[in-house]
Write a protein that binds this ligand. Structure first.
Ligand code: CA
Length: 248
């Protein structure tokens, strides 16, 4: 998978490139906005699966670069930002960023987000990854089974009718069990809008899902951030308790 890393700090770029290469990415490094846009021109080499875009760039504002990228291609953009305030995140999502991570980030979380956005937007002409296609395989979340193609959900074998948005919300969280989805990210994807004015809608749908699935603990509230799916016994969560590693 080809990834465009837009980062002006060579040390950060080298460290991150090494990690990404170990996970099978071919990393192309751009040191500023202009290099990034050149690399993304339609006639330039192979398409990229993802752009990792640092917002603090020497030549132009990262937000501006994001807007310009959107005008030339549909490659998913993950903004990498130290600006953790909500307003700038919303601004980034409005400009067409697919996701963002806030520095300092956890490498595992970054990789999960890269995989999530690249799966949502397949590169034109690319075959779906065999492990990820499998439309016949329902998702099993404890006693809950989710069939994506037919949009059917059952609990312990009994069908549970969900509204369209309830299903979309569950399907989104179920893509990456254990990974926290931010509120504004969920609202942007499920309701296709920014979160201002959507207010309580998300909470209402979460409460309704918890009740209908009769598993209140399946969807965990991460205070001040968003929600994640916690599959009992999967070991996928919680990030607050890192997996035990053998002492060496
Ligand atoms: Ca920077």
């Amino acid at each position: 998978m080809r990834l465009l890393l837009v980062e002006d700090d060579d040390h950060v770029a080298a460290a991150l490139s090494a990690v990404l290469a170990r996970h099978g990415f071919t990393v192309v490094h751009a040191r500023n906005g202009e290099e990034a846009l050149q690399a993304l021109l339609p006639d330039a080499a192979e398409p990229f699966a993802v752009v990792l875009l640092d917002l603090g760039l020497p030549d132009q504002d990262g937000f501006e670069v994001c807007g310009r990228i959107r005008r030339i291609c549909a490659t998913p953009v993950i903004m990498v930002t130290a600006r953790s305030d909500v307003r700038s995140r919303i601004h980034g999502l409005h400009l067409g960023a697919d996701d963002y991570v806030v520095k300092p980030y956890d490498t595992g979380e970054l990789l999960a987000r890269i995989h999530a956005v690249s799966r949502r937007t397949p590169v034109a002409g690319a075959e779906p990854h065999p492990e990820e296609s499998g439309p016949a395989d329902p998702l099993r979340l404890g006693t809950v089974t989710v069939e994506l193609p037919t949009r059917q959900v059952s609990v312990a074998g009994v069908a549970v009718p969900l509204t369209r948005k309830e299903f979309d919300l569950l399907a989104l969280l179920a893509q990456r069990p254990g990974v926290v989805f931010r509120r504004e990210q969920i609202i942007s994807e499920v309701w296709r809008t920014s979160w201002e004015g959507t207010g309580r809608t998300l909470e209402v749908h979460i409460a309704s899902l918890r009740a209908k699935l009769r598993m209140p603990a399946l969807i965990e509230t991460v205070r001040g951030v968003g929600y994640r799916l916690v599959v009992p016994g999967s070991g996928a969560a919680p990030a607050t308790r890192p997996p035990a590693l053998p002492n060496r």
